[in-house]
Design a protein. Structure first.
Length: 88
């Protein structure tokens, strides 16, 4: 009887893992892109001052955030529906 419960919980666990993955992706990726683009591109390569490099890095982070949110929304809308077994 417990095997049926495990099978029913599997889709919920998969949904939880997917949402957790996207949440981490949405939180970590923009922060990393801000600091990495600021240090390596705008401060290092281009040699900009502090304020302009921070502004450009924030723009990069916002673009990355929108990309991550778009990926989450795309995944939510276009995830293939799994056929559920017919219960008689």
């Amino acid at each position: 009887m417990s095997t049926g419960k495990v099978i029913q919980d599997l889709p919920e666990l998969q949904v939880f893992k997917t949402v957790l993955y996207h949440c981490l992706f949405i939180i970590i990726l923009p922060v990393l892109s801000f600091f990495l683009s600021k240090m390596f591109i705008f401060d290092g390569l281009l040699g900009l001052n502090t304020v302009p490099s921070s502004i450009y890095s924030a723009i990069v982070a916002v673009l990355v955030l929108h990309g991550a949110l778009g990926a989450f929304i795309y995944r939510a809308y276009f995830q293939p529906e799994k056929t559920q077994s017919k219960k008689d």
